[in-house]
Write a protein that binds this ligand. Structure first.
Ligand SMILES: Nc1ncnc2c1ncn2[C@@H]1O[C@H](COP(=O)(O)OP(=O)(O)OP(=O)(O)O)[C@@H](O)[C@H]1O
Ligand SMILES: [Mg+2]
Length: 328
């Protein structure tokens, strides 16, 4: 392939399961050495896209090329170019961590010494050296994820595909994964990773593509996405939670979208593109409406709010709270 070609090149990819259209014509283009963050809520189609890219699933239509090879006509060449770490860790529980990685190396044609060295190196990198000789059935969820990720890197593939690499990891495990991804990129590896956390996509990716219900709904940097949904948020803390519903009705006229209420905190929050002017008008309207306000704020949206605005999902469904101290 030409150096200027995209290492991952997806055009019009569609895939249905029965009547359900999991992917409805998505386009993705990733240059060499770049990280693409594929972001979306549960059921968006992330894993389906990953499975097509890694030849585990045949596309219904569209063109999908990885490292210059077509996934339909040349799946073997695609497989030789990629390392995959799945959403559900694929480790052989009967084997130790070391044996798992050495086996992968042997499968990729390394000799015994090379496979052993590579396994030891990766175990160190993922802080699994102490558990190297334990059967992986005894590993915690986070240790399995790390072992699975290490397995994807054994053969130093030119393309690495990571499906929710940090889901279920503690904050330390997340940081390790982020470091590994950064190191991969320094080596010139091309990475596609999926995540449900905009913050994580922002940290790791050169470009973010947001998909929802099998359709690309936005692309760009996290800042560009913030710009795209526009403006800021107005927050009001009321003296009395009983006023929340009437206040939401009043504030709705001065914001964009539906105001969100947090009863426990007596807080009301709404997006606005009108900045300070909208805030002033909303406050005046609340005063006319006889709603006492004890706190106000005009602020940039959080990344979670951007994500929710883009995908229009209920918070609990779209963004499961990560472990304390994890990416928000
Ligand atoms: N093998 C299958 N058979 C039938 N439906 C499927 C199959 N695989 C996925 N789907 C459906 O396709 C849609 C997309 O699923 P997919 O697993 O790609 O989503 P996802 O973005 O990876 O979600 P999550 O964040 O939960 O992992 C979902 O509605 C899912 O139920
Ligand atoms: Mg998935």
């Amino acid at each position: 392939m030409n150096p200027e070609d995209h290492v991952i090149d997806v055009e019009g990819l569609s895939k249905s399961f029965g009547k359900h259209q999991a992917l409805q014509g998505i386009d993705l283009r990733v240059p060499r050495g770049h990280v693409l963050g594929l972001l979306g809520p549960n059921g968006a189609g992330k894993t389906t896209a990953v499975r097509v890219l890694t030849t585990l699933l045949r596309p219904d239509s569209g063109r999908v090329r990885v490292a210059g090879h077509d996934v339909v006509t040349d799946p073997g060449a695609v497989r030789r170019s990629i390392g995959l770490s799945g959403q559900y860790a694929a480790v052989d529980e009967k084997l130790t961590g070391f044996e798992n990685l050495r086996m992968v190396g042997r499968l990729y044609g390394m000799n015994r010494r090379q496979a052993t060295e590579r396994a030891r190196e990766l175990l160190r990198r993922f802080r699994l050296s102490d558990a190297a000789d334990q059967r992986s059935v005894a590993y915690s969820g986070g240790m399995r994820r790390r072992l699975d990720l290490a397995g994807a890197l054994v053969a130093r593939p030119e393309v690495v595909v990571l499906d929710e690499p940090t889901t279920g990891l503690d904050p330390r495990g997340r940081m390790d994964t982020w470091e590994v991804v950064s190191a991969l990129v320094e080596d010139g590896t091309t990475v596609l990773l999926t995540t449900q956390y905009l913050e994580e996509a922002d940290q790791l990716s050169d470009t973010i593509v947001v998909i929802d219900k099998g359709v690309v709904i936005a692309r760009g940097s996290a800042d560009a996405l913030k710009e795209h949904i526009g403006g800021s948020r107005m927050d009001f803390v009321l003296a009395d939670a009983a006023d929340l519903d009437s206040a939401a009705g009043i504030v709705a006229d001065h914001g964009s979208g539906r105001p969100e209420t947090d009863r426990g905190a007596r807080r009301l929050s709404v997006a606005t593109s009108g900045g300070q002017t909208s805030l002033t008008h909303a406050l005046a309207a609340l005063e006319r409406g006889g709603v006492p306000v004890v706190e106000v704020a005009l602020r940039r949206p959080t990344l979670d709010e951007v994500f929710l605005e883009l995908t229009g999902q209920d918070e609990k469904a779209a963004v499961p709270a990560p472990a304390a101290g994890g990416p928000r």
